[in-house]
Design a protein. Sequence first.
Length: 128
Amino acid sequence: MITLIRKLCAHTAPNPTRRAIFEFDKLIRSIYTLRYLRDPQLERNVHRSQNRIESYHQLRSTIAQVGGKKELTGRTDIEIEISNQCARLIANTIIYYNSAILSHRLCRSKARESSKREMLCITYETSE
């Protein structure tokens, strides 16, 4: 599919197939926009996703500032790529660590909640 679109876009002369594909794309985007406007759950999901992405970018920016520089370090493309991948690894490690802590706390909270329920059931059964 991408090869077809690439070939169609390479032509400078107007092509009916190319025009049809672009019109179809506009139709798909219009349908999605209408769904977004009509469905509050979809809107919430999109905003939640955007917030997650923004938080990730803020984390990456903070990681870059820790080194004292905001730009990537390196002289060659390979060094810049290594620097970028190291920053991604650090960000993903922080995200994993925070997720593990939150998951552990959630499990403990659920365990406490279920033990409280069990105690209430036992107390109720013995009082009858």
